[in-house]
Design a protein around this ligand. Sequence first.
Ligand SMILES: NC(=O)c1ccc[n+]([C@@H]2O[C@H](COP(=O)([O-])OP(=O)(O)OC[C@H]3O[C@@H](n4cnc5c(N)ncnc54)[C@H](OP(=O)(O)O)[C@@H]3O)[C@@H](O)[C@H]2O)c1
Length: 251
Amino acid sequence: MADQEPRDYVAVPGALQDRVILVTGASGGIGAELARNCAAFGARVVLMGRNVKKLESVYDSILAAGGPRPSIAPLDFEKADASHYSALVDGVRGEFGHLDGLAHLAGQLGEVAPIEHQDVVTWMRVMHVNVNAAFILTQALLPLLRLSQDASIVFTTSGVSQRARAYWGAYAVSKFAIEGLMQVLADETDTLTSIRVNSVNPGRIRTSMRARAYPGEDAGSVPLPSEAMPAYLYLLGPASRGVTGRRFDAQ
Ligand SMILES: NC(=O)c1ccc[n+]([C@@H]2O[C@H](COP(=O)([O-])OP(=O)(O)OC[C@H]3O[C@@H](n4cnc5c(N)ncnc54)[C@H](OP(=O)(O)O)[C@@H]3O)[C@@H](O)[C@H]2O)c1
C-alpha cells in the first residue's frame, strides 16, 4: 500500500471510522470539503477556523449527510495566544481523549507582487498564519497525537514550494518553510512513534484563494475541491501507515 499513488486512492466506506481528525481552514475551500469527506468516511471531525457562521454551516452539512457529530473549535491564527491553544487542547482532550489526524488547510495568499513591493505587514501575517501557526498548533497537539495508535499529520503545500516563481512572495516562501517543518518533524517521529507526517500539494483548485490569485481565470475550468480529496483521505487513514516525510501531488 505504501507505493500507492495517493491521488488514485479510493476510500472504502468506514475508512476513517472512529478516527478523531482536526481540520484547520474548515470554514471554506479545500478544508471544508475535507472536513465533510472525513465525516462521510466515519471520522469525528474538529472543525477549526475563524468564522463561526461558516463553521456552523459545515457542521450542519455534516449532520444533514448523516455523519458523526463534529465539534467546532473557533480560532483566529492572527489573534491567538498561548491561552487559546491550551484551551483548544483541553477541549479536544476533554471531548475525545486523543487525536488521530491533524490536517492543515488554513492559509493566506498575501500579495501577488514583486519582492520590492511586498507589504511588510502583509508578509508577516502570511508567514504567521501559514507557518508559525501551523508549527504552534502542531506542537500543542503532539501530546494528543501521541495517544493515538496510528496518527497522521498532513501539511498543505503548493506548486511554488520547491521551485518558486516571480511575484509569489510570502506565499511561496511560507510553503518552502512548511516543507521544512514537515521534513524536520517526520525525521523526529520516524522510528520512535506511531505518528507519520507528510505534505500535499492540492494543485489548482476552485476556491476563493484561487480566484484571488488568478482573477482573470475561467473558474469553470478549475477542478473542484473534491479532486484533492483522495490524497488527503489516503494520508489520514490506515492505508498510508508507514508513509512519512513525503510530499505528494493531489492531482
Ligand atoms: N486553491 C488552490 O488552487 C490551492 C493550490 C495550492 C495550495 N493551496 C493551499 O490549500 C490550502 C487551502 O486553500 P483554499 O484554496 O481552500 O483557500 P481558501 O478557500 O481561501 O481557504 C483558506 C482557509 O484558511 C482560513 N484562514 C485564513 N486565515 C486564517 C486565520 N487567520 N485563522 C484561521 N483560519 C484562517 C480561511 O478562513 P476564512 O473562511 O475565515 O477566511 C479558510 O478556511 C491553503 O494552504 C492553500 O495555500 C490551494
